[in-house]
Design a protein around this ligand. Sequence first.
Ligand code: MRU
Length: 347
Amino acid sequence: MENHIQFLSAAKVLALLDQRRLPEREEYVFCRTTADVVQALQNMTVRGAPAIGVSAAFGCVLAAWEAGALRNWRPRLKILLREILEARPTAVNLAWAVDRMRRLWKPEDSLERLLEIWIREAEAIREEDLAANRRMGAYGAALIADGETVMTHCNAGRLATAGFGTALGVVYAAMESGKNIRVIANETRPVLQGARLTAYELNMAGVPVTIACDSACALLMRRGMVHKVLAGADRIAANGDTVNKIGTYGLALLARAHKIPFYIAAPLSTIDRNLPDGESIPLEERSSQEVTHLAGVRIAPEGVPVLNYAFDLTPAELITGIITEQGILRAPYGQSIAGAFAAEPSK
Ligand code: MRU
């Protein structure tokens, strides 16, 4: 599954494993234009914060090829980059990746030179994400004891990253170190990333996984069936406030009530140090159809309004630790996050 984001340079194509069709069908969507990439991000052909960032970086390369068809290509390229950056609002990895590419673009660069630089950079973003996941896995695995059951939400695995995964990377690393781990994957209404994607990839990897309804979390915790909660993140503020898939906040509250450790696993590219706290992180609201329809069939009455926030904010005080490639950060997060960036070569 490390090949779910394939950049085919000779064909000028970005091939994305279509996550909307999983687990039933393994099909690829072939992006040739900026509009294709924007659409794939918006309709969640590719999703998960780090995977969005990697795809956006390759999207910038496609945008350069597209704009390059014009004699005056630079203004057009600027517009196309903005379109990619604005495809989805919450996961900061998207803006982070586009900004990182943009910063390398010098006014005097020829198109050929820019393409050379950007292809190398997009590959570097992908490689760095994989390496970060591996390091997070190694740090996080030490937190999980042999025989424990981990509850996770949404999909923070191979499919959501360049490969290996953040929260699920910790599970894979714990398994690789010889521990027997079981996972409860919350189904994650309404897009069902847990039931469809997390269950699919864990099952393929031979990790024992059980799907639970989102509404069962409290019962499972009360019965002692959950030892740790591990979730990913879409954006973390400088004080540790964390935005992740809708339902994560409720899970954190339940974990606190049941004295169960609640960990976030995310690379530093998911931390937005421009934001002192999480209150201003934009929470994407998605189509009401995701809630009113199941597999294309309407299940709710026509005309009733829907609240479909795709993300929520978990306050830092509910988080036991943030697993990063620079180690496990603890409260006070303002200090530990600043320290992690100080230890990281700047990009
Ligand atoms: O709407 P999605 O599927 O893109 O949301 C994804 C999540 O919320 C993940 O938990 C998060 O991006 C972490 S992925 C390593």
